[in-house]
Design a protein around this ligand. Sequence first.
Ligand SMILES: CC(C)(COP(=O)(O)OP(=O)(O)OC[C@H]1O[C@@H](n2cnc3c(N)ncnc32)[C@H](O)[C@@H]1OP(=O)(O)O)[C@@H](O)C(=O)NCCC(=O)NCCS
Length: 148
Amino acid sequence: MTIRTMTIDDYDQVWHLWSEIKGFGIRTLDDSREGVEKFLKRNPSTSVVAEDGGMVIGAILCGHDGRRGCMYHVCVAEKYRKHGIGHQMALAAMEALKAEGINKVSLIAFKSNTIGNKFWRKVGWTFREDLNYYDFTLNEENITRFIE
Ligand SMILES: CC(C)(COP(=O)(O)OP(=O)(O)OC[C@H]1O[C@@H](n2cnc3c(N)ncnc32)[C@H](O)[C@@H]1OP(=O)(O)O)[C@@H](O)C(=O)NCCC(=O)NCCS
C-alpha cells in the first residue's frame, strides 16, 4: 500500500470509490471531473490517494485558501479499513498543507457519522462545541446525491 499525491488521472478510480461509501454526499458540479480538476489545479499538492496494486483504495480531497486547510471526502474502501490507512492519509495531507505554510486544518463530519466522528477524535482532532457552521448555496445546480 502506498500513499501519494492525487492527480486528475486518479479521478475515475476515486469517483468509483466515493460511489461505494455509504452516507457520502456526491455533488453534481463540485465532484464532477471538471469540478475536481478545478480543485486540484488550485491545490496541486495536498490531496492524497492510497493505492494497493495499482488500485485506489482510499482518498482525501484536501486544499487551502491561503489561510486554512480543509479536507473533503475522506474515505477508505470498506475491506481496507482499520489498518491505519485513513490516519496515514490524513497525516500525509497535513504534511502537504504544512509544506504550503498552512497552520490550521478543518473539516465537516455529519453528526450521524459515528465512525467518522470516532476516527477524528482518535487521531487527535478537536471537536469544536463552541462553533456553529454556516453556509450559503451559490449555485442551485450543484445538487447533492447521498450514497445509500
Ligand atoms: C473514517 C475512515 C476514513 C477511517 O479509515 P480507516 O483506515 O479505517 O481508519 P484507521 O485505521 O486509520 O483508524 C484510526 C483510528 O480511528 C478509529 N476508528 C477507525 N474506524 C473505527 C470504527 N469503525 N469504529 C471505531 N473507531 C474507529 C480507531 O480508533 C483507529 O485507531 P486504532 O485502529 O488504533 O484503534 C473510514 O472508516 C471510512 O472511509 N469511513 C466512511 C467515510 C467516512 O465516514 N469518512 C469520514 C467523513 S468525516
